[in-house]
Ligand binder design. Structure first.
Ligand SMILES: Cc1cc2nc3c(=O)[nH]c(=O)nc-3n(C[C@H](O)[C@H](O)[C@H](O)COP(=O)(O)OP(=O)(O)OC[C@H]3O[C@@H](n4cnc5c(N)ncnc54)[C@H](O)[C@@H]3O)c2cc1C
Length: 467
């Protein structure tokens, strides 16, 4: 059978948040666009990442809330019978959300007149890929190619995935709650999922090689999370290294911080030690593109070292976050359509959906000092915030970092229940070049946790009103 051939202006490889946004925007701008996806539209984020994890976290939170009331009723005076959790049903509900979003993305691509090709793309050269589709091999030639193939979980050679050793992907589709769960890696993915399973009734142990969980955050931000993990009965072993599966019975062997060997019995061992760019098995090596470590090297227009080949999203490095991939995708589409764009973002906010949540945008105090800034820091605790009190969630704070000379806001961090929703205010302030006075002078609705942002600015200016 002769090979079919498509010629287009833009070819996007991978329909994760980076790729699908790039294709939709290009389509909107009238660029003749083809997108190839090997698995499912929406990529890691929508199918096995951001969305399903947040669904599971929500189910776990609700269950824990009710379980808590079943004890002594708590301060709200509500008592209930001991609740039961049907995890298979919760997972089916999560799959329903994923399915809805999945068809939504396909619908948006079609509306933007993007041609969707299902199958795995392999490079023949920098302008041509071959796709194995259900109906045969499809050749696609394009003027510009965008690589958006994302990332995959890092596997530990001495603890390969399979059987009881699972990655986040399997953890999001378990049908029953494991009695004993050991999480290897105390980064945000491990802690989000570990916390959710603890709330659903698992006995959870977290093994982290560094001296602190969430090692990329400062100790002050992590403290409320560590406290809550302890309250939930999660055992956290820092400075401890996983060694491999134990020979006798199902257990993980570790070396503790003190250098002792220990066996941690487990029904499931969840390995979340990081993610790596998906660069292998599809002919990328043929192109010999420049790399930064394992990631593809890009410039401020997401151009790789080969003319006409862009790269976006997780394959281009940290922070490996969906909204970074989307922003890059949108920018590249506009560049392909002839608009003048460069990466000029002042910050990429990051949220850790632990309990409580952590938000960071811009520079932390240490990062600002390391960059040579003289700074002013204002911090406001949620135990002085009325809304936090009415919601029984007073742990945490908002912290603003500003230049001492001009009061320009360099960074905002927060830890506390529901602070993920404050991330947009923080990012907007930084992106708009706000000064402490701008935030202090903005009326923040009462009673909301967002008042903590205004109060932190007032504190930095030396005249907080509520502390
Ligand atoms: C459990 C978990 C929770 C997460 N939570 C969050 C969160 O709360 N917030 C956040 O911002 N980020 C989160 N992330 C990270 C987020 O999922 C990624 O940053 C994001 O998906 C990256 O988007 P991308 O477009 O670069 O790649 P991906 O989403 O990985 O998409 C790449 C796509 O390319 C396809 N592909 C690869 N190779 C080929 C090929 N040769 N041919 C055709 N198709 C191919 C893949 O099938 C995939 O669909 C989470 C990740 C995980 C695992």
């Amino acid at each position: 059978m002769p090979m079919k051939e498509i010629v287009c202006k833009l070819l996007v490889i991978g329909a994760g948040p980076g790729g699908y946004i790039c294709a939709i925007r290009a389509g909107q701008l009238g660029v003749d666009t083809v997108i190839v996806e090997a698995v499912k539209a929406g990529g890691t984020c929508l199918n096995i990442g951001c969305i399903p994890s947040k669904a599971l976290i929500h189910a776990a939170e609700e269950f824990e809330k009710v379980s808590h009331m079943a004890g002594n009723g708590g301060p709200l005076g509500i008592t209930v019978e001991a609740p039961k959790l049907d995890l298979a049903k919760a997972v089916a509900w999560k799959d329903g959300i994923v399915g809805r979003l999945n068809s939504g993305v396909l619908g948006l691509l079609r509306k933007a007149k993007v041609k969707i090709v299902h199958g795995k793309a392999t490079f023949r050269d920098g302008k041509t890929v071959e796709v194995e589709t259900e109906t045969g091999v499809q050749i696609i030639r394009a003027e510009t190619v965008v690589i958006a193939t994302g990332s995959e979980p890092v596997e530990l050679p001495f603890l390969p995935f399979g059987g009881p050793v699972i990655s986040s992907t399997e953890a999001l589709s378990l049908k029953t709650v494991p009695k004993k769960l050991v999480v290897v890696g105390g980064g945000y993915i491990g802690l989000e999922l570990g916390t959710a399973f603890a709330k659903m009734g698992s006995e959870v142990t977290v093994v982290e090689a560094m001296q602190q969980i969430l090692p990329q955050y400062d100790a002050e931000l992590v403290r409320p999370v560590a406290k809550r993990l302890a309250d939930l009965g999660i055992r956290v072993l820092t400075g401890a290294k996983a060694k491999g599966l134990s020979e006798e019975g199902l257990a993980l062997t570790i070396e503790t911080a003190e250098g002792e060997e220990q066996r941690l019995p487990a029904d499931k061992i969840l390995v979340t030690v990081g993610r790596k760019p998906r660069t292998e098995g599809w002919g990328l090596d043929e192109l010999d593109l420049d790399r930064t470590g394992k990631f593809l090297r890009i410039d401020d227009r997401c151009r790789t070292s080969m003319r006409g080949v862009h790269a976006i999203g997780d394959i281009t490095g940290e922070p490996m976050l969906a909204h970074r991939a989307m922003a890059q995708g949108e920018m590249v589409a506009e560049i392909v359509a002839g608009k003048k764009r460069t990466w000029d973002k002042r910050c990429i906010p990051a949220v850790c959906f632990t309990d409580p949540e952590i938000v960071t945008a811009g520079l932390s105090p240490d990062e600002a000092r390391a960059q040579g800034y003289e700074i002013r820091v204002g911090q406001f605790p949620f135990n002085a915030n009325g809304r936090a009190m009415t919601m029984l969630s007073e742990d945490g704070f908002v912290r603003i970092v500003a230049r001492a000379d001009s009061n320009l806001v360099l960074g905002v961090q927060a830890v506390g229940a529901g602070v993920s929703e404050l991330s947009s205010a923080f990012a907007l302030a930084i992106e708009m070049g706000a000064r402490l006075e701008d935030i202090a002078a903005t009326i923040h609705a009462h009673p909301t946790r967002s008042e903590g942002f205004q109060e932190a600015a007032l504190k930095a200016l030396g005249h907080a009103l509520h502390i």
